[in-house]
Ligand binder design. Sequence first.
Ligand SMILES: Cc1ncc(COP(=O)(O)O)c(C=O)c1O
Length: 396
Amino acid sequence: MVFSDRILECNQSPMRKFHTIAEDTKKRGIKIYQLNIGQPDIVTPAVYYDALCASTQPTLAYAPSPGIPSLILQMIRYYKRLGVEYTTDDILITAGGSEALSILMNCILNPGDEVIVPEPFYPNYHSFIGMAGGVVRPLQTNIDEGYRYASREKLESLINERTKAILFTNPGNPTGAVLTDSEMRIIADVAKSHDLFVIGDEVYREFVYAGERLLTIGMVEDIADHAVIIDSVSKRFSACGARIGALITKNRSLRQHALKLCQGRLSVSTQNQIAAAALYNVTEDYFHDMREEYRLRRDTIYSRLSKMNGVVCAEPRGAFYVMARLPVDDADMFQSWMLTEFEYDGSTVMFAPGAGFYKTPGKGQNEVRLAYVLCAEDIEKAMDILEAGIIAYNRR
Ligand SMILES: Cc1ncc(COP(=O)(O)O)c(C=O)c1O
């Protein structure tokens, strides 16, 4: 039996590839501090479960393919508070931001079409773009410039007749970089003048730590037809398991095409949409408290990493990840060794090896992405283990 070239090209997720080894490590009684995946430990707001329990329909029917009206209405209100006007026709509810990305790429890419993505990038972009027949065109950034990527020259140097879109995560996964108003304007201008889609993956919108306004590509005027927002309740409300997201665009043709795929998959979970609608009732205090908690975690991990011998990292300004260059030859081998041969007071650490966040061969080999999704106390312990691990690994 022969598999498709596209699936053979598709890589394993660098966040999850050590899962099986980690299971063995746990069986040996070793505790693992998991900084490899962006699974927040914050409690999901009670309103989610209240709404879920209150929803007892005699027949659990399919929801409408574009999403249930009450959830779409809640999202419209949420965006209005940010200063962006959307209507029911602008929002399609999807099974997480992941499905929104997959639907979008299938709507806009022909075989060989290119999507410009600042590198390092969220590795699943590679899968979504590749499975739709497209190709990631990496825009190289570097740690010393804080991974900034909004340069007209850089962007235009990558554009050719196959370029269909510019895709970025803002705030950034894995870098924590946050776009300024003027940087967004630069990207919007490039997209407009070359007639490209500009896709803002904004699933981390609330996670900014320097007091910035919560930006969205939807705010940028005069590119309404080009702009697409990938949205999700996963991180915003610490509700990853709800699997609720959205594809948001004012481009009518794109919506029509995307709706065909939404109809093809029939609907997103009715119950989870009802419960997700209730999430949008949380007050500003919820976001404030969550942001303060993550700011503490960010400060803790950044301060510890900055003091480690030979470690280089840029201060993340948003999301809940930090990329760090470690003084090791190969982060993949180091992770494997940390799980199979190392322990510190009965514990070890998991992170995501950096190479999987790059397309450019050879890049990210000695880098890792750390998700600061544990409490500050656990992050301190994890950093003790990482520091001891680096020393022991280099002494072998
Ligand atoms: C940048 C980015 N986009 C999209 C997603 C998808 O999230 P979900 O499908 O849970 O909404 C993630 C998840 O980690 C992410 O980090």
